[in-house]
Design a protein around this ligand. Structure first.
Ligand code: C2E
Ligand code: CA
Ligand code: CA
Length: 523
């Protein structure tokens, strides 16, 4: 495929140049010999082909696909077959392009096109719509043949691609929409396939989704949320609640996490999970994040005035979009200057997935944040596959252990082992750890025994309005039950934990080199 794509324009150029002298200047077409006419016809066909095909992949263009789709949509519906459109999009194309360069990106696209062409039938059209988006017209869909086609494409694309001798893994998502001839416009069918693709990405990528009414309703809701959010920002409908972070050994509050909420005029209070992803996508998160940062720092300054000398940290969630904004550092500086809070009392939370996929630019931003004295925490730690060497090099001082592991602390031995490993890892790397989502006394007690310093969760307090934090600052939110139990627990846990520490230390020693290859004594 790549050969065809690349060679088409070049070979056409050669034909055109060679043809010119033969046509004797401006001689009319009719004056040519039979073979000349045939050659000219060939040239014109080639020209039309070139115009209708993508020069890189050789696939039909968007225009040609639309033409064929329009044609199918008005055909006779008597054969009972339906018209399917499949949207295919690579999940990590940007990463390939950014990390391996555009040349490699082009190779991936050509290979992707070749594999898709290998999956389609003689009646189907696979086109390149732009970027890494390919659209397939499957005009005779019967007995879920469109789903089988989508599955074949997914399977073909998941095979690693060989790029300059190296295997590169890519995956794709597929969105499918269907209709009977005459029932929908091309535009609508394509929009529906795009909505389905979007849902496939949203539900974890590397999968296939079919458009249905539920998806339609969801897509409409998203559009509504986006529009309402714009009003919310203008009319100050967003507000912040604070969840205490508790020092386990004495129950005192050492900090709070700022969590945004939306007071919607008709729908009531909307949790961030329902609007932050939409805001992230449409870019409104930058404004939201700015408001939350300003408001929470202002709040901390208020508390500091109320209780001078009472140490308290403010933790604020920062989204990937925000952290990638070049203006973020300047804004952060401005907030610190305006509120006059101690930068070391501020901690910014960035999720593990964002941290691990951070570009050099983002890492530079993080370094600058650290230079200001502001702390950085890795949120939802343990949910991604963190590279230990990357973790070591990241300018983050705090690991927040994801709630999913705390849930199974007393019941799932696996979770207990994970929590214990994260605690050891944090300790070995000289980082602090905070356990999230503690809901029971038992979990709190276990975490304390395992050496966890700070935790947050419903067991201590739900996120609450700012004024409810003040009375909590002067009392303990829990009392570890008995010193004796603690002591015994430590002595049981001690050797295990020490053993674990050795393992981790040993392991860290080897980071950057495969185990066993470092410092191997020469024979
Ligand atoms: P997160 O940063 O992991 O925040 C913790 C979430 O867990 C909060 O949900 C909190 O209310 C909830 N939680 C705390 N303790 C417990 C517990 O014991 N049990 C259970 N089941 N849940 C607990 P919330 O407030 O709904 O926030 C959800 C997510 O929305 C946050 O997860 C964060 O990723 C995002 N978010 C919240 N505020 C902001 C913000 O200002 N900016 C950005 N970018 N994201 C935000
Ligand atoms: Ca968080
Ligand atoms: Ca979290």
């Amino acid at each position: 495929m790549s050969g065809l794509g690349r060679n088409t324009p070049a070979s056409f150029g050669a034909t055109a140049k060679g043809a010119h002298p033969g046509t004797k200047g401006n001689a009319p077409l009719s004056a040519g010999t039979g073979s000349e006419v045939a050659r000219l016809r060939g040239m014109i066909e080639q020209l039309m082909h070139t115009a209708a095909h993508d020069p890189l992949t050789g696939l039909p263009t968007r225009g040609l696909l639309l033409e064929r789709l329009e044609h199918e949509l008005v055909r006779d519906a008597a054969d009972g077959a339906r018209i399917a459109v499949l949207f295919v999009d690579l999940d990590n194309f940007k990463l390939v392009n950014d990390s391996l360069g555009h040349g490699s990106g082009d190779e991936v696209l050509c290979e992707m096109a070749r594999r898709i062409v290998g999956c389609i039938g003689p009646e189907d059209t696979a086109s390149r719509f732009g970027g890494d988006e390919m659209v397939i017209l499957h005009p005779r869909a019967r007995d879920d043949s469109e789903v089988s086609l989508g599955r074949r494409i997914l399977a073909a694309l998941v095979e690693p691609i060989l790029l300059s001798g190296k295997e590169v893994g890519v995956s794709a998502s597929v969105g499918i929409a269907l209709c009977e001839p005459g029932m929908k416009s091309a535009e609508q069918l394509l929009r529906e396939a795009d909505t389905a693709l979007y849902a496939a990405k949203d539900r974890g990528r590397a999968r296939l989704e079919q458009f249905d009414e539920k998806l339609h309703a969801r897509a409409e809701k998203r559009v509504q949320i986006e529009s309402d959010l714009r009003t919310a920002l203008r009319e100050s409908q967003l507000f912040v609640e604070y969840q205490p972070q508790v020092r386990l050994k004495d129950g005192s509050i050492v900090g709070v996490e700022a969590l945004v909420r939306w007071r919607h005029p008709t729908l009531g209070i909307i949790p961030p999970g329902d609007f932050v992803p939409v805001a992230e996508e449409c870019g409104l998160i930058i404004q939201i994040g700015r408001q939350v940062l300003q408001e929470s720092c202002r709040q901390l300054a208020d508390w500091m005035r109320l209780m001078p000398g009472r140490p308290l940290a403010m933790t604020v969630n920062v989204s990937p979009r925000q952290i990638s904004e070049p203006a973020f550092i300047a804004e952060l500086r401005q907030v610190l200057a305006d509120t006059n809070i101690d930068p070391t009392a501020l901690c910014l939370e960035i999720t593990e997935s964002v941290m691990m996929s951070a570009t050099d630019e983002v890492v530079r931003q993080l370094d600058q944040i650290k230079q200001l004295g502001v702390y950085i925490a890795i949120d939802d730690f343990g949910t991604e596959h963190s590279s230990l060497s990357r973790l070591r090099d990241m300018p983050a001082e705090v690991l927040k252990i994801d709630r999913s592991f705390i849930d199974g602390l007393s019941s799932e031995p696996g979770d207990t082992a994970i929590v214990s490993s994260i605690l050891s890892l944090a300790c070995a790397m000289g980082k602090h750890s905070i356990a999230e989502g503690v809901e029971t006394r038992e979990q709190a007690a276990m975490l304390l025994r395992m050496g966890c310093e700070v935790a947050q969760g419903y067991f201590f307090s739900r996120p609450v309005a700012a004024e409810r934090i003040v009375p909590m600052l002067t009392r303990a939110l829990w009392q570890p039950r008995s010193e004796r139990a603690l002591h015994t627990a430590h002595s049981i846990e001690g050797p295990v934990r020490r053993g674990h520490r050795y393992f981790i230390d040993e392991f860290l020693e080897h980071i950057g080199a495969p185990m066993g290859t470092k410092a191997a004594p020469s024979p």
